[in-house]
Write a protein of this length. Structure first.
Length: 142
């Protein structure tokens, strides 16, 4: 399957897999930005893309940046198949110090997954499962 990408900054690398077997494409910061302590900044990634219909693009922070205290403000970013604007990430600095992201630095990863359109059906009851209504921590792992 192909992912059509329109570069908005030809000086940046095209989103790419770092190694064979990687699940997500590395995406690069279009500009150098400083993110103040406990602040959120929009980081432009320098490209637009055409996520295929029936799929969704999911942005996740690179694990190396999460170790430095950076997260996505909305936990993950969703790119719908009908969006054609520049892909951006809202990055939160969870540290006590300003952190600088350099132009061309790998900041997030883009994962494209199937996302079938679901029709909602309101019912009076749901089928039973072995979990039932047990929530957070119900498996003893939380």
């Amino acid at each position: 399957m192909n992912l059509d990408i329109k570069m908005r900054d030809n000086g940046l690398p095209v989103p790419t897999y770092s190694r064979d077997g990687d699940a997500a494409l590395d995406c690069y910061s279009r500009f150098t930005v400083a993110i103040a302590a406990h602040a959120i900044r929009k980081v432009q990634l320098g490209f637009s893309c055409a996520i295929p219909v029936g799929h969704v693009g999911i942005l996740a922070i690179r694990s190396g940046l999460s170790k430095d205290g950076l997260t996505l403000a909305n936990a993950i970013g969703i790119i719908d198949s009908n969006y054609r604007g520049e892909v951006c990430a809202l990055i939160t600095n969870n540290t006590e110090n300003s952190i600088k992201i350099e132009r061309g630095q790998r900041v997030v990863q883009l994962l494209v997954l199937q996302a079938p359109a679901m029709k909602t059906n309101v019912v009076d009851e749901l089928d039973d499962t072995n979990r039932g209504q047990s929530g957070f921590g119900s498996s003893g792992q939380f």
